[in-house]
Design a protein around this ligand. Structure first.
Ligand code: NAD
Ligand code: MG
Length: 349
């Protein structure tokens, strides 16, 4: 265990893979995370049953890899640990199906805390509730494992009925390859709230709004759509890659002094104290459950405003100019995109 971080971090030497090897694991869902967990567990010597609906198009893919496939209910009835890797919005319905199959001391395992944290799934107190959440999309979890590399992950125990839920979770994390890279201890609350905040404020919401507002400002001032696209969207990748590799310092070191001085003097004027207040407000809505209630209601209503917003985003001018310009860069990148499309379709059933 490492003590250089605020939260405990575990590695392969801290975990005992035999704990999970002695259990039967049901992996419900065979999408991004599901296929990676199922295959990595299987190759780590764990008995795995994949749980899928009778009509799921993923059945043949799982069977082709030599995995046994049953219905979620049947898989759960045979399993000691049930890993719930269907989409978060579908989990409460799937849980209702498998709940009668959970025996005292069994483990209910998640890769995201939303449904537990916001009370959409309320497991009996005689079962363990754990989370092992790789910090990468499933195809990387799988590819890293195959290359004898690891994927950093999170571990949390919400409920410890058997007295060894932590060992079970850590063992599961080792079997899917996360402990090779490092497993950071957290809680369901911390994982869920930071995940929602990050995607809303910075990663998905914040960054797309920044891109669109920058683009519109240039186009409205009479600059060409092409130049606006390049400067406000295309070059973002170069900047993000630098930050990913070496933090803010590497990014600042790599851009010109003019860019660095301009950025350092202007950045906080764009994302100013008003934006900061909005961030705090959004965090509050995550913490007090306002966002969760809104999203659950939206789903129950058939996603009317979600569909509308999604449509409007697709029809933004930057998407049209982007499609034409990306075609200029497309040679050599087509293969990678085809791969991504393939994973997406197989996860879409
Ligand atoms: P996904 O959408 O890729 O796959 C879900 C799979 O569930 C589908 O492939 C299908 O096999 C099955 N499924 C779909 N609808 C179903 C239904 N109505 N009934 C039964 N089965 C159904 O999902 P994912 O992205 O792998 O997410 C699974 C969990 O992992 C979620 O809790 C998510 O938050 C978490 N997670 C995802 C990522 C990621 O990068 N994708 C990263 C960390 C954690
Ligand atoms: Mg996330």
């Amino acid at each position: 265990m490492s003590d250089e971080f605020e939260n405990p971090v575990y590695y392969d030497d801290d975990a005992d893979v035999s704990v999970i090897q002695e259990q039967t694991v049901a992996v419900l869902g065979y999408g991004s995370q599901g296929h990676a967990h199922a295959l990595n567990l299987h190759e780590s010597g764990v008995e795995v049953i994949v749980g899928l609906r009778e009509d799921s198009s993923s059945r043949s893919a799982a069977e082709a890899e030599g995995l046994r496939v049953e219905t979620p209910k049947q898989a759960a009835s045979e399993a000691d640990l049930v890993s719930v890797l269907v989409p978060d919005t579908v989990q409460p319905a799937v849980y209702a199906e498998i709940e009668p199959e959970l025996d005292p001391g069994d483990t209910l395992q998640f890769a995201h805390g939303f449904n537990i944290h916001y009370g959409q799934i309320e497991p009996n107190e005689d079962v363990n509730v754990t989370m092992v959440a790789p910090k990468s999309p499933g195809h990387l979890v799988r590819r890293n494992y195959e290359n004898d590399e690891g994927t950093p992950g999170l571990l949390a125990v919400y409920q410890d009925a058997s007295g060894d839920a932590h060992d079970i979770g850590l063992s599961y994390a080792k079997a899917i390859g996360c402990a090779r890279a490092g497993v950071v201890e957290t809680t369901f609350r911390e994982e869920t709230e930071t995940d929602l905040f990050g995607e809303q404020v910075v990663l998905c919401g914040g960054v797309t709004s920044l891109v669109k507002q920058g683009y519109e400002t240039l186009v409205d001032a009479g600059y060409s759509r092409e130049m606006a696209y390049f400067e406000c969207l295309n070059e973002l990748k170069l900047i993000v890659d630098l930050m990913y590799e070496g933090g803010l310092s590497e990014m600042w070191d790599s851009v010109s002094d003019t860019a660095e001085y301009g950025g350092l003097t202007r950045g906080d004027r764009v994302v100013d104290e008003h934006a900061r207040e909005n961030m705090e407000q959004i965090l509050e809505e995550v913490q007090d459950g306002t966002f969760a209630r809104q999203w659950i209601t939206e789903n129950q209503a058939g996603r009317p405003s979600y569909k509308q917003l999604r449509n409007a985003e697709k029809n933004h001018d930057i998407e049209a100019v982007g499609e034409d310009l990306r075609a200029l860069f497309a040679w050599g990148e087509n293969e990678e995109r085809d791969e991504k499309e393939k994973t997406k379709t197989s996860a879409d059933d």
